[in-house]
Design a protein around this ligand. Structure first.
Ligand SMILES: Nc1ncnc2c1ncn2[C@@H]1O[C@H](COP(=O)(O)OP(=O)(O)OP(=O)(O)O)[C@@H](O)[C@H]1O
Ligand SMILES: [Mg+2]
Length: 301
């Protein structure tokens, strides 16, 4: 016998499911007993050039928390119009100036206020930051070198990572950055960050400059690497498809001064990007976010 749907009006309506996603109510209080947050923003405002004529508030009263899930990190994608403060949020987590320190509020990583950059956080930028005078192997193992890992061990680990990211030890290890394609350079940048096994990986539009096919290959690669390293990832993108495919959660931001206006929980990818991204339920989530983003843009104009 099927049960009647609940008619208890004292219960708030559950937020809507949208395709492969579920709208999550924005929480007001993130302190849950017994649960540690990997990253937490408490009422964070960043005003650049505060107190001067050219003062500009990039984000205002941003609050969110990403829980520390045992044996699994969450994949958080941030979407929002250009200039809404996405990179500002990422660099605040990284502890990089001049974004750090916030003008108001607190940024916490693993329960402690961020005091500056740290080995628990690794960053991958859009513009394939590599050292021009170092080979692929030397670029990938740079962080291990800084940590004093001895040459032979570092090269062994580096070679494994060259293969992990789909490059070829025999043909690619000795190449210099100018001899690589954009996609290959981004593989080097990812390996260079992940080799250090940071608890938190910060990625600022890492695939923005890649062609669509390479981009999807990189998305699939990132999903498999992320499952292995069990890190929490913050990933900024302008591609709604990319955010819905990669994200466990998608934060959608308003125009500057940026706030998080909607959070969606999304099912994890279980098939290649090329297949998942053409499915109707996937497209339904994309269309929902696209409408939201265009409303945000219309409000800003
Ligand atoms: N160092 C700075 N000094 C002054 N203003 C800044 C500084 N960095 C960023 N801003 C301003 O703060 C706002 C948010 O910048 P941010 O780089 O965080 O945006 P974004 O969402 O990453 O944009 P995009 O999608 O174009 O990368 C922008 O208007 C930018 O001009
Ligand atoms: Mg940016």
């Amino acid at each position: 016998m099927s049960r009647e749907p609940s008619t208890d009006r004292s219960q708030p309506p559950s937020p809507p499911a949208v395709g492969v996603g579920q709208v999550v109510e924005l929480a007001a209080d993130f302190e849950k007993p017994g649960i540690r947050n990997v990253v937490e923003f408490r009422g964070v405002t960043k005003t650049y050039n505060a107190g001067m004529d050219n003062a500009f508030t990039a984000i205002r009263q941003v609050s969110f928390a990403v829980e520390d899930l045992p044996g699994k990190g969450e994949f958080i994608c941030i979407l929002g119009p250009s200039g809404c403060g996405k990179s500002t949020i990422l660099r605040l987590i990284a502890g990089l100036e001049p974004q750090h320190p916030p003008t108001e509020g607190e940024v916490l990583v693993l329960g402690r206020p961020v005091a500056g950059p740290g080995a628990d956080r690794g960053m991958v930028f859009q513009d394939y930051t590599s050292f021009d005078h170092r080979t692929v192997l030397e670029n990938i193992t740079f962080g291990l070198e800084c940590r004093g890992v001895e040459r032979r061990e570092r090269h062994e680990i580096g070679q494994r990572w060259i293969e992990h990211v789909g490059l070829d030890v025999a043909t690619d290890a000795g190449k210099y950055p100018h001899e690589l394609s954009g996609g290959m350079r981004q593989r080097v940048a990812i390996a260079r960050t992940l080799i250090l096994r940071p608890r938190i990986i910060l990625m600022d539009e890492p695939f923005g400059a890649l062609d669509p096919q390479t981009r999807m290959n990189m998305q699939d690669l990132l999903v498999s690497l992320w499952r292995e390293v069990e890190a929490t990832v913050f990933f900024i993108t302008h591609s709604i498809e990319e955010a819905v495919f990669l994200g466990d959660r998608v934060y959608v931001m308003s125009a500057a001064p940026g706030r998080i206006i909607r959070e969606l929980a999304v099912a994890s990818p279980d098939r290649p990007a090329r297949l998942m991204q053409r499915e109707p339920k996937f497209q339904e989530t994309v269309a929902y976010i696209r409408d939201l983003v265009s409303d945000v843009a219309a409000e800003a104009n």
